[in-house]
Write a protein that binds this ligand. Sequence first.
Ligand code: CMP
Length: 418
Amino acid sequence: MANQTSDVQQQARQYKENAAANILQGRPEQALEDYRKVLELTPLDSAARLKVAELLAQFGRRQEAVREFQHLAIRYAADGQTLHAIAACKLILAIDPNHQATQENLANLCAMQVAEERLREGVGAEPEPASREPQAPATPKPAPTPLFSQLPKDVFVALLELLEVRRVPGGASIITEGERGNSMFILVQGTVRVVHTPENGAPRTLAELGDGSFFGEMGLISDAPRVASVVAIRDCTLLEVTREMLAKLGERFPVLEQVVQQFYKDRLLDNLLKSNPLFQPIPAEKKRAIAERFQSRTVEPGTVLLQQGQRSHALHLLLRGRCSVVHQDPEGGERPYPDMTEGAVFGEISLLLDLRVTATVRAATSCLLLVLDHEAVRELVLPYPEVRRTLTQLSRERLDRTAAMLAEGAEVQGSFLI
Ligand code: CMP
């Protein structure tokens, strides 16, 4: 019996491999036949059914495609995979917007999903009765979808009703670093890799995200170029939230924007810690307090961030992009210092020594910065001796460099400080 099962699975795997090869070689009709054979052998294989449904939709065989998606929606709902079922319904409505049974199913599924998220959070759950009987090991509960579980019910339902579904094959790019974006994505099913490539550096994986995660909120909120690329590692089902949807829903439900903002700030902080170890010695709960206080700022090339001669009131942290630093002499000439690249901190000398800025810092590319006012830095950052030491050392190195440049003949106008 066990042998029979493994034979069947092996055959099914072989058909799947054939199907993948046929798709790659531009023979989708044959791939469809292969996936159908997989379903004959293993009718519960949802991934294969999804492929069948997609291929049918691609060939314009709408009714058959709808039937397969319906099959999937029912299967997912029966397995308690409500979000997957919702995505399948959305795919039906993309083919046939007036499919009434699906409209009704969708409304019910949305309500179910809300109830499930509440249960996972323990909201309204009955306390477990005390019992002396030996208990069967509890099935682990799926983790709540990070974004959804924090939203009130009405916001959640409104969001689900508006979302658009996208299917992305494994290996495909979803977001390209550096481009502007108009959507964020909720990953219903699949795995994506978030990769950032620093200027002149090797690509670095920031995270791998799975079912229920979301991404792309940073470009949407900051209006800055995408800070990382996101690539599907496996076939993915995504719900896409466009800027317009977020704005429309944000008007009705300000809490939605607050929740997305919070994730945005957490990720900014995460990236900051990955690009600059300055804050590493600070305990986690204090890092959160810092995240609450910093402002993110997106600037276009040419924007002056610190102006020579003025006072700086904030510590600047460059998360993305490059800034040029110049000393301006009274005749209008400019003497360049080395550029600031990603991870750079500036504004620390005027913070530590309370002096005016005498170099001008300009965005050389479009930049994403975190700005923490001096008061917050004094309160939250400087109490940590290690951080203070690092900042002091950084300012010393910069002062030494400035002194060396001046020794080569530049005229001193006040102190050469950033
Ligand atoms: P955005 O910049 O719009 O596009 C790339 C996305 O990658 C970004 O939004 C975030 O959603 C996501 N991202 C960036 N940094 C991280 C991180 N450290 N961990 C997880 N996801 C991230």
